[in-house]
Design a binder for this molecule. Structure first.
Ligand code: PEP
Length: 255
């Protein structure tokens, strides 16, 4: 039995208005109320965070930001800061998602500043790493993932606060494509990530860090992925939009 409680997070991306978000979370809250032994959270778009915080008050569902900008305030049109996320009730934030890296040009140096800002403000970063299909086919998966980790954590090197980190391994070729890494493929990379964290932080700390898998996780494939020893949860995109599907994944994590 793992010492790590599974952690399932739904990434809503740019979906759901306030009304839709309230309705979905009301259903989700009821659906996961009696599921024990698993942590879960939802990352809604910024304009609906406050409404979601209201629906989630008193529940065990964490409120998660989808991104942040690494300054506390200033002339940064369109951006949102760590203190703003904290003030609305978020306690985690997704950083370095492949859509941010590939569609919006975020590089590891910027992501490292975001990780630092999140930690300084008491938000647990969910740091996403993962290779493209070309990189996998060129046998570069390990090099890409370890480079993203070491660069992404560069600003907090050796920081005692790192025990509050979550890592999400999300092979880019599996995100929103319906393709999923096999449990064996995913476990192999998760094991390497754990080894990397062990070298970086020491094995005892690394043993407590949760490493989520993300990439077309659905109710039908969640249990076999989560059965792997170093897969400690899931970051779920498409299937998190439907409360029943997401609750079924949370249930699968409870075992
Ligand atoms: C994601 O956006 O992090 C993700 C894994 O998406 P999907 O589950 O739709 O592949």
């Amino acid at each position: 039995m793992s010492e790590r409680t599974p952690f399932i997070v739904g990434n809503w991306k740019m979906y759901k208005t306030v009304l839709e978000a309230r309705e979905a979370l009301t259903l989700l809250r009821a659906a996961v109320r009696d599921i024990n032994g698993v942590d879960c959270g939802v990352a809604p778009p910024f304009p609906v965070l406050d409404a979601c915080a209201g629906v989630l008050a008193g529940s065990h569902i964490a409120l998660v930001g989808q991104n942040l900008y690494p300054e506390d305030e200033g002339a940064f049109t369109g951006e949102v800061s760590a203190p703003m996320l904290k003030a609305v009730g978020a306690n985690h934030v997704i950083l370095g998602h492949s859509e941010r890296r590939h569609l919006f040009g975020e590089d590891d140096a910027l992501i490292a500043r975001k990780v630092k800002a999140a930690m300084e403000h008491g938000l647990v970063p969910i740091l996403c790493v993962g290779e493209t299909l070309e990189q996998r086919e060129a046998d570069e998966t390990v090099a890409v993932v370890t480079s993203q980790l070491s660069r992404g954590l560069a600003e907090v090197k050796g920081g005692a606060e790192l025990s509050s980190l979550v890592v999400a391994y999300e092979p880019v070729w599996a995100i929103g494509t319906g393709l999923t890494a096999t449990p064996g493929q995913a476990q192999k990379v998760h094991g390497l990530i754990r080894d990397f964290l062990g070298d970086f932080l020491g094995p005892a700390k690394a043993a407590h860090i949760r490493i989520q898998y993300g990439g077309s996780v659905k109710p039908g494939n969640a249990a076999e992925l989560l059965a792997e020893p170093d897969i400690d949860g899931a970051l779920v995109g498409g299937a998190s939009l439907d409360p029943d599907s997401f609750a079924a994944i949370v249930e699968a994590a409870a075992g």
